[in-house]
Design a protein around this ligand. Structure first.
Ligand code: HEC
Length: 124
């Protein structure tokens, strides 16, 4: 090992930990951008569109926005949206709630964490 290897490696480790921490928590500012890019074609925060409004979604029972025309599957689901469940929904909605009607998913785990962090900031 050359003398300058060690600090370099240590810096690499620190970066690795920083990346892991950012991922676990998600970044709401990045999530807002991802939401605009990926979700706003069908959803908005305050209004129902092709999908239901997202204000207050964290902690809300799935399929419970009054007046929104949900699939029976989502309407009858007993799930209450938590961050881990929202991540599973975004990864594969059909796997979480078979028969649902959202034809969209987010394969990238870091993007999912960011989006869920952003959803958590949307108060009812
Ligand atoms: C192609 C349109 C479309 C896109 C794009 C889309 N959604 Fe949806 N979403 C829907 C529809 C339709 C439903 C209702 C599904 C049902 O009734 O089974 C839904 C439902 C949901 C729900 C459940 C809400 C509730 O009230 O229970 C969440 C959470 C959600 N979407 C999040 C997202 C996020 C976050 C994105 C962006 C990453 C996204 N969706 C992108 C159409 C879409």
């Amino acid at each position: 090992m050359t003398p300058w290897d060690k600090p370099l490696r240590r810096r690499g480790l620190v970066l690795l930990f920083a990346a892991a921490a950012a991922h676990a928590g998600g970044d709401a500012a990045r999530g807002e951008q991802a939401y605009e890019a990926r979700c706003s074609g069908c959803h908005s925060v305050q209004a129902d569109r092709i999908g239901p409004r997202h204000a207050g979604v964290l902690g809300r029972r799935a399929g419970s926005v009054p007046g929104f025309d949900y699939s029976p599957a989502l309407q009858h689901s007993t799930i209450v949206w938590t961050a881990p469940l929202l991540e599973r929904w975004l990864a594969d909605p059909e796997a979480l709630i078979p028969g649902q009607r959202m034809g969209y998913s987010v394969p990238d785990a870091a993007a999912r964490a960011d989006i869920v962090a952003y959803l958590g900031t949307l108060k009812p």
